[in-house]
Design a binder for this molecule. Structure first.
Ligand SMILES: Cc1cc2nc3c(=O)[nH]c(=O)nc-3n(C[C@H](O)[C@H](O)[C@H](O)COP(=O)(O)OP(=O)(O)OC[C@H]3O[C@@H](n4cnc5c(N)ncnc54)[C@H](O)[C@@H]3O)c2cc1C
Length: 476
């Protein structure tokens, strides 16, 4: 027998459960289909910023989660192979905590009516059926629904149905773990990060006893096999970071084998978010299904929470619109009317999230892949300050861009270009003699080229950002 539902959400992860709870708070029931036989707590913990806490407050679970998670006071960034901390940034004025996924998912699930989540329900295909979608599960069951939401993560079947490509492998992988220190870890509420030689790692206390840690690196083919074996994984991570701080090593040592995982890092090409169907008819995607990103901004989970709150609002506005006062319609007209309202609600969600998703995915990519990578070892503060300014400013509060930027950016270009060229040609006094010799020995052309290269690096992303923003405005 076919079950008929108003709203079906695929995936009981952060995006799926937040959307379901957001809808529940607004008086709308949804059914969440989860492929696992229980809540999946993969990833253990993640950094949450102001935007995540605003979203958690909006669905009424912020306070209880705050009680269970320490407020981080700052970040200490150290070159992996130096002993002294090289940079410290205060988090004063920001709410940043390391949130345990298990506690988050359980809190969200416990706030929902008991029959909301259906476990062991893997969605395998989606079919059109008039104003409905028919969802086929791996066990042969079929569910018909008026609204279908994909909160099914990076390998989303719903995103595939909408026409999105499979997210791209970055060539980088991550190992993540949690360590329990009975009687307290004593590290204090600071985020520690280590950078150098292509490996980024760090740890952050969640509470007095629990510490979350991570490491990202570029594996070779042999190392890719590590994914399945926690013993080798732990040994590998310990070996890779054998020269790092004793604190980091003690956190890794304290990690039990069921508290460690490895995952390849994938992201969606940002331009797909501009052209792609975030929604189509009565179907849409949220969370990693929409905007998988590299973890360098620590915003994947935070933005999945944002998605959930906004999607619940947009959908509720569509579903709760009263048709009272209108003349009584034929059943077909009523269904068509509802379908159109749902379509409009999801379109509104897509419009609100398109540029935000684009901004986050491309910023995270830039932080990982741009010149910052090269500068990191010399000056880790640069990267952190960039991330924080980005999170304080436009990444957190994307403003309506009244662009008018062509002339302004041309002037910016001119200044940056003049500086880069001058830096190349007029080196500081102490270096003058060495540079003169170098110029004679090699050639002036080489230095000019280097200056132009620096200029093109500095301007690539700004130009890209401006052009795509203009195109976007043209389209919307
Ligand atoms: C190394 C690393 C570090 C990170 N650090 C941070 C950080 O510090 N801060 C931050 O905000 N984010 C971080 N993230 C990102 C964050 O973990 C993700 O963005 C977030 O978990 C996405 O949530 P989601 O609900 O969209 O997807 P998921 O958490 O993947 O949930 C998807 C759910 O759907 C289910 N599912 C999948 N397919 C089906 C199907 N066919 N049928 C039924 N169910 C299905 C899955 O079982 C799962 O439960 C990090 C990610 C990585 C890899």
């Amino acid at each position: 027998m076919e079950i008929v539902e108003d709203v079906v959400i695929v995936g009981a992860g952060i995006a799926g459960l937040t959307t379901s709870l957001g809808l529940h708070r607004l008086g709308i029931r949804s059914l969440v289909l989860e492929s696992s036989d229980r809540l999946r707590t993969t990833g253990f913990a993640f950094t949450t910023w102001n935007n995540a806490w605003k979203a958690l407050d909006a669905i009424g679970v912020g306070e209880s989660l705050r009680q269970q998670h320490q407020l981080a006071q700052g970040i200490l960034v150290t070159s992996t192979f130096l002993e002294k901390p090289t940079a410290e940034v205060s988090f004063k004025g920001h709410e940043i905590r390391c949130l345990q996924r298990k506690l988050l998912l359980e809190t969200l699930a416990n706030e929902l009516p008991s029959d909301t989540i259906r476990f062991s329900s893997k969605v395998v295909s989606i079919e059109e059926s008039g104003f409905f979608k028919r969802i086929h599960l791996a066990d042969g069951a079929i569910i018909k629904t008026k609204v279908l939401i994909g909160g099914d993560g990076v390998n989303s079947v719903v995103a595939k149905w909408l026409g999105f490509e499979k997210p791209v492998f970055t060539g980088r992988s991550a190992i993540r773990g949690t360590a329990k220190f009975e009687g307290g870890h004593g590290f204090g509420p600071k985020f520690r990060q280590f950078v150098g030689k292509g490996v980024r790692s760090g740890f952050l206390p969640c509470d007095d006893d629990t510490v979350y840690w991570f490491m990202t690196w570029t594996p070779d083919i042999k190392e890719e096999e590590l994914e399945e074996d926690p013993i080798k994984l732990k040994q590998f991570a310990m070996n890779k970071l054998k020269d790092t701080s004793d604190e980091m090593k003690s956190v890794m040592e304290k990690t039990s084998l069921d508290g460690i995982i490895s995952s390849p890092l994938r992201y969606r090409r940002p331009w797909e978010l501009l052209w792609g169907n975030i929604s189509k008819g009565n179907v849409c995607v949220a969370g990693d299904a929409l905007h998988p990103m590299t973890p360098d901004l620590g915003q994947g989970g935070c933005s999945a929470l944002e998605d959930g709150v906004i999607l619940a609002r947009c959908l509720a506005q569509a579903l709760l619109k009263s048709s009272a006062g209108e003349e009584i319609k034929e059943k077909f007209d009523e269904e068509e009317d509802k379908y159109k309202r749902i379509e409009m609600g999801l379109k509104n969600f897509a419009q609100e999230r398109r540029w935000r998703s684009f901004d986050l995915v491309s910023t995270a990519y830039m932080v990982w892949n741009s010149k910052f990578e090269e500068e990191l070892e010399e000056d880790p503060l640069k990267l952190k300050q960039f991330v924080i300014s980005k999170l304080k400013g436009d990444a957190l509060h994307p403003m309506t861009p009244d662009l008018g930027q062509g002339g302004c950016s041309a002037m910016e270009d001119a200044l940056v270009l003049a500086r880069c060229l001058a830096q190349a040609l007029l080196k500081p006094a102490g270096e003058e003699i060495r540079q003169k010799k170098l110029m004679q020995k090699r050639n002036l052309r080489g230095l000019k080229l280097m200056g132009l290269k620096n200029f093109s690096r500095e301007r690539r992303w700004t130009s890209f950002d401006l052009i795509t923003t203009s195109i976007w405005f043209d389209l919307t």
